[in-house]
Design a protein around this ligand. Structure first.
Ligand SMILES: [Zn+2]
Length: 206
């Protein structure tokens, strides 16, 4: 896990890895993917499109920007690698490994991690991801769910979800200027289009 605190209006986008034991594999180039302990890229491989579930804790006004972020990845890659399978999924808003890749809206967040806007937890075994959960930090941030580029405050939900879904697909952080996988996203900023670096990365696996 990479973690870095920056001053000013820049805030963290966190990524957490949870790795199960797996078979030994030969090392690979990272292509900016998360790698397992044998330096293999971890991805969904041919188990796409990834099915995303939206927990009922997520306000419905954010469904559209979430769908838009999903569409951005699919359109940019020219095929469906990720899809929203179901919205308004019931049950406790407690992220856990349960076989469903879920987006959660959390009104309580860890005090010592308050600078995180969101966090994606990726679960894999061997070199295959089998679940990825996205938490949105609704305690310490406000969000913008609108379309268009008019002035706004808060975190742009579509930009944030584009980044987090990059993690869901297996991408790590990327400091390249045009990448949507930069470690920070400033309030009031739109970053809604995957960069060339991001697409080159994804094409290593998808
Ligand atoms: Zn991130």
């Amino acid at each position: 896990m990479r973690k870095r605190l920056l001053a000013g209006g820049f805030l963290l986008l966190a990524l957490l890895f949870i790795q199960a034991c797996g078979r030994k594999l030969d090392p690979e180039e990272s292509c900016n993917f998360v790698q397992n302990s044998q330096l293999q890229r971890v991805s969904w491989q041919d188990h796409t499109p990834v099915k995303l579930y939206i927990h009922s804790s997520v306000p419905t006004q954010y469904y559209a920007p979430i769908e838009a972020a999903v569409d951005q990845w699919n359109r940019s890659l020219g095929r469906e690698v990720i899809r929203v399978e179901l919205t308004g999924v019931g049950g406790e808003a407690v992220p856990k490994r349960d076989g469903a890749s879920m987006v959660y809206w959390l009104s309580q967040w860890e005090d010592d991690r308050r600078s995180e806007q969101a966090r994606t937890t990726v679960y894999w075994t061997g070199d295959r991801i089998y679940e990825a959960d996205v938490r949105i930090n609704a305690e310490f941030f406000s969000f913008y769910g609108g379309s268009g580029a008019q002035a706004f405050s808060g975190v742009d939900m579509e930009s944030l979800m584009l980044h987090e879904f990059g993690h869901v697909l297996g991408l790590s952080h990327n400091d390249a200027k045009a990448s949507v996988m930069a470690v920070t996203l400033a309030n009031g900023t739109l970053r809604r289009t995957p960069g060339k670096e991001d697409l080159d990365s994804l094409r290593c696996e998808y």
